[in-house]
Design a protein around this ligand. Structure first.
Ligand code: PSU
Length: 305
């Protein structure tokens, strides 16, 4: 087998060849992160936001055993309504392709596919991290390792507040991943602008973030950058309000024995119920905000040696 099972939409292939800005987008948020039809509506709005900001969107997924970089309308619809799509990370990406199956890509798998396609920037909602109780469960998202290996800058709204944020930041530091918050000294926590922890680094200018990305490559450091972009104030759910609901959802999940890949989708779904839908509106707002910043960074990268 010599050729990669990689399908890049023609407009993206041309843009990448010509050095024009492209932003990768993930698909687990579509299959496991939001209910239908909010998932497809959000996916379309995020693509539009990237275009309006002057870059091209490349939503990534595995369909029928091929990596798709850029999904046409029919494929996006099919993925958004698929009941059996797998949630893929580094460990199971190749197996899904070998079997000819369909699956959505997490942050880790999207980084791998984006890099294969030559895309350097990627927008998501929140990365996976160290789960609460990891000292017992050892549940640490493969997203963290991927950030230390694959040279893609990932724009997120921080780590999801369902996680142990202190431990997540510690692991990122150990792995040598730069954590850069845009426009704030505090590391954000997805639905909330302030996790209560200082951000290891702060940069306010997308051009500076692009320069740091290039500098890492020149130094041969490998791996990517984590760019944390706080949710817009008008959409945030402050920690004081969301924290008790998260506690409740985490406790229920522990009691019910929810584990491994199911933890994050389960908690997101439960918190959506407990907030009466407010967590979903916040999630949509933060992803749109991240798509815009990722487009600015992609444009800056095109102008940075
Ligand atoms: N951002 C969201 N919703 C999501 C995710 C990100 O707003 O559902 C997904 C990403 O694909 C991320 C995954 O990789 O959650 C984390 O899953 P886990 O904790 O199992 O590694």
């Amino acid at each position: 087998m010599s050729e990669l099972p990689l399908e890049i939409l023609p407009e993206l292939r041309e843009a990448l060849r010509d050095g024009r800005p492209v932003v990768a987008l993930e698909s687990t948020i579509i299959t496991h992160g939001m209910p239908h039809p909010d998932n497809i509506e959000t996916a379309r709005r995020v693509e539009d936001a990237v275009r309006e900001a002057g870059a091209l969107p490349a939503t990534i997924a595995i369909m029928d055993g091929r990596i798709h970089v850029g999904l046409d309308a029919e494929r996006l619809e099919r993925l958004a309504t698929a009941r059996d799509a797998r949630k893929l990370s580094r460990a199971d990406l190749a197996a899904c392709l070998a079997r000819g199956e369909t699956g959505s890509t997490t942050v880790a798998a999207t980084m791998i596919c984006a890099h294969l396609a030559g895309i350097e920037v990627f927008a998501t909602g929140g990365i996976g991290g160290v789960h609460r109780g990891a000292e017992e469960s050892f549940d640490i998202s493969a997203d963290l390792q991927e950030l230390s290996r694959t040279p893609v800058s990932v724009v997120c709204a921080g780590a999801k507040a369902i996680l142990d944020i202190d431990k997540t930041l510690e692991v990122l530091e150990t792995l040598g991943v730069p954590v850069i918050t845009r426009g704030s000294d505090a590391f954000p926590a997805f639905w909330a602008r302030d996790s209560g922890r200082p951000s290891p680094l702060r940069m306010d200018d997308p051009a500076m973030i692009a320069r740091a990305h290039r500098m890492r490559a020149r130094l041969g450091l490998g791996g990517g950058q984590l760019i944390a972009n706080p949710i817009p104030s008008e959409a945030e759910i402050p920690m004081s309000r969301i924290a008790p609901l998260i506690e409740q959802a985490v406790e229920e999940a522990r009691r019910d024995g929810i584990a491994a890949k199911s933890v994050t989708p389960h908690l997101l779904g439960r918190i959506l119920e407990l907030t009466g839908g407010e967590s979903l509106s916040a999630n949509v707002a933060l992803v749109l905000n991240n798509a815009r910043l990722a487009a600015e960074i992609a444009k800056a990268l095109c102008e940075t040696e």
